[in-house]
Design a protein around this ligand. Structure first.
Ligand SMILES: *[C@@H]1O[C@H](CO)[C@@H](O)[C@H](O)[C@H]1NC(C)=O
Ligand SMILES: *[C@@H]1O[C@H](CO)[C@@H](O)[C@H](O)[C@H]1NC(C)=O
Ligand SMILES: *[C@@H]1O[C@H](CO)[C@@H](O)[C@H](O)[C@H]1NC(C)=O
Ligand SMILES: *[C@@H]1O[C@H](CO)[C@@H](O)[C@H](O)[C@H]1NC(C)=O
Ligand SMILES: *[C@@H]1O[C@H](CO)[C@@H](O)[C@H](O)[C@H]1NC(C)=O
Ligand SMILES: *[C@@H]1O[C@H](CO)[C@@H](O)[C@H](O)[C@H]1NC(C)=O
Ligand SMILES: *[C@@H]1O[C@H](CO)[C@@H](O)[C@H](O)[C@H]1NC(C)=O
Ligand SMILES: *[C@@H]1O[C@H](CO)[C@@H](O)[C@H](O)[C@H]1NC(C)=O
Ligand SMILES: *[C@@H]1O[C@H](CO)[C@@H](O)[C@H](O)[C@H]1NC(C)=O
Ligand SMILES: *[C@@H]1O[C@H](CO)[C@@H](O)[C@H](O)[C@H]1NC(C)=O
Length: 497
């Protein structure tokens, strides 16, 4: 695993008297004798003879030890980018509580990674290191982040505080973290963030605030992520899933490339930065996706709208103003049944603008057919995934089969003749509507109609014949004196008398 040279370097670096090895294990001293066994002796600690987390004098143990024992894994993986050995300390699931720490914990020299996730900490331990880059405190019960608590971790690049009980992020909570690139604050109870809370993190590239109750906070006009909270334009990735947002203003985020805003009761998203390349609004409960829900985003490439629970329709012009859109993912939006023929706008239909759409994912939707007007928007389409949708493979869908360079994944559900057949294996001429499909019935119908007409004519002829006077009867003029003349017979008067 580790080269001998590296181990020697490590042992020298850490002044360790031991037989060396890829993995050195440490025994966590009991809480009782810890006060004597580990007095607060920063010199000794920093010299590496004893560490609170790693016991380097302990001989190499089996690295396949169970995770729930009393030791942290103190591991020296193969490569250090600087050439110096790097120490990774893994204390995941060690039931560490607050009492474990005594004052400031000086981490062993060369520590680059420290994982304290899934422990029982209720406050942030005071750590000190000039090499630490990755720190995880995820899934503890930390309720607050005190001011400047990370001040002695100036080299930190990634901080994971997810899955705790933090309610408020103070102005100075992240003070001193000038090189921080990623902070994960998801799954907390953050309802409020103080002014300039992120302004120290000048390099912040990725901010994760998902699953916090920030809807009411970001509803206030003065709660702008950029202008008020001090997030810089270096921020490229922002995650705000499940935050109960009805709207958010990100217009000042000129560096933002990816925004994950899914599972929020969004009404619209009018204020997004222009160069956004990837937007995820999965799970947003809207019924019809209207025009102007999104602003014009000239650089948007990927739009993800998975599992929209009550989405039925993409209305006309809903995807207008997204000229670079290459991937549209509607997977699992089970109620979606209608895509308006002009969803990309009239310009596309008139062939005035071209779309870049290359991948369209309609897997698991309720789409039965697609209007042939959409072919103008599908000119660059390479992949259409409609698996699991109740496709009706009739003449109205033939245009799709005729598109060159398009791979369509899906199975026909109707008509019965094509049931269960893969879309791509069906010949274009097999896409037929009922009338053309059963031409023999058509002929039959025509014959029937002719017969019917014949029958009716015969009937009419017969009726006419029946009521017409006999052609052999000769008519003679009847004069007044003729015996055939009309005679008026008076009623018999004798009866009246
Ligand atoms: C470190 O491990 C060695 C060997 O198992 C043990 O003798 C020593 O007491 C341990 N040190 C501490 C501080 O626990
Ligand atoms: C940082 O280290 C200095 C000196 O070791 C110490 O005085 C200070 O309290 C430490 N700060 C924190 C937040 O641990
Ligand atoms: C942030 O934390 C959550 C919860 O622990 C985790 O699921 C997610 O993968 C983390 N994100 C990143 C980018 O580390
Ligand atoms: C949201 O966070 C809470 C803890 O605050 C957690 O119990 C829950 O599972 C999270 N929800 C999701 C969908 O991750
Ligand atoms: C935000 O404000 C709008 C109207 O101003 C309101 O309808 C909505 O419920 C608010 N959202 C939250 C999460 O408070
Ligand atoms: C979400 O915001 C609405 C107001 O728009 C509020 O009534 C509701 O309680 C909030 N839900 C949560 C889980 O915070
Ligand atoms: C868009 O999605 C594709 C895969 O579907 C991925 O390769 C590409 O990097 C994504 N682009 C952005 C800007 O996220
Ligand atoms: C479709 O919408 C109805 C309500 O309009 C809802 O009851 C149903 O659960 C939705 N279907 C899915 C798969 O979410
Ligand atoms: C649209 O215009 C382009 C050239 O501008 C042409 O190559 C393409 O065939 C046209 N498409 C249709 C459907 O007319
Ligand atoms: C497709 O859309 C066009 C334009 O809206 C409409 O005229 C036509 O009737 C539609 N075709 C079908 C088969 O619905």
């Amino acid at each position: 695993m580790c080269s001998k040279v590296l181990l020697v370097t490590l042992t020298v670096l850490l002044f360790v008297v031991g037989d060396g090895g890829g993995t050195v294990r440490a025994q966590e001293d009991g809480e009782d004798d810890s006060m004597t066994a580990l007095p607060e002796l920063p010199d000794q600690v920093s010299a590496g003879l004893v560490s609170h987390l790693c016991n380097f004098s302990k001989p190499l143990q089996d690295p396949t030890d169970l995770d729930d024992d009393q030791y942290c894994d103190c591991d020296v993986p193969n490569s250090g980018s600087s050439g110096l050995p790097e120490l990774h300390i893994n204390c995941r699931r060690h039931r560490f509580a607050d009492g474990f720490w005594r004052g400031i914990e000086q981490l062993p020299q060369g520590t680059v990674r420290l994982d304290l996730s899934y422990n029982e900490l209720t406050s942030v331990p005071r750590l000190s290191s000039d090499t630490l880059q990755h720190l995880s405190l995820a899934h503890n019960q930390i309720a607050a982040v005190p001011d400047k608590v990370f001040a002695n971790l100036s080299t930190l690049q990634e901080l994971d505080l997810s899955g705790n009980r933090i309610q408020l992020l103070g102005t100075d909570a992240l003070a001193g973290l000038g090189r921080l690139k990623l902070i994960n604050l998801s799954d907390n109870r953050i309802a409020s963030i103080e002014v300039n809370a992120f302004s120290n993190a000048l390099d912040l590239h990725q901010l994760i605030l998902s699953n916090n109750s920030l809807g009411a906070f970001f509803n206030r006009t003065e709660s702008d992520l950029y202008l008020r909270l001090g997030v810089t334009n270096r921020l490229a990735i922002l995650e705000l899933k499940r935050c109960n947002l009805t709207d958010i203003n990100l217009a000042s985020g000129v560096g933002l490339e990816r925004a994950v805003l899914g599972h929020n009761p969004l009404q619209q998203l009018a204020q997004l930065p222009k160069q956004l390349a990837h937007l995820d609004i999965s799970g947003v409960p809207i019924r019809n996706f209207p025009a102007k829900f999104l602003p014009h985003l000239l650089h948007l490439e990927n739009l993800t709208m998975r599992d929209m629970p009550i989405l039925y329709t993409l209305e006309q012009y809903a995807l207008f103003g997204l000229p670079r859109l290459a991937m549209l993912d509607l997977q699992g939006s089970r109620n979606l049944s209608t895509i308006h023929p002009h969803v990309f706008g009239q310009n596309v239909v008139r062939n005035e603008t071209e779309t870049q759409l290359k991948r369209l994912i309609l897997k698991g939707t309720n789409i039965r057919t697609l209007n042939s007007t959409l072919r103008f928007a599908f000119e660059n389409l390479r992949l259409l995934d409609i698996r699991g949708a109740p496709l009706r493979c009739d003449c109205e869908l033939r245009w799709l089969r005729d598109l060159p360079n398009l791979m369509t994944l899906g199975v026909c559900v109707r008509p019965n003749a094509l049931r269960e057949q893969r879309f791509g294996t069906i010949e274009p001429h097999q896409f037929q509507c009922r009338a053309e499909q059963f031409w023999i019935y058509t002929v039959f119908n025509v014959v029937l109609a002719i017969l019917l007409i014949l029958l009716v004519s015969v009937g009419v002829f017969l009726i006419v014949r029946a009521i017409r006077p006999k052609p052999h009867v000769q008519l003679r003029m009847v004069g007044p004196n003729s015996p055939y003349a009309r005679v008026t017979i008076e009623p018999n008067r004798a009866e009246v008398l």
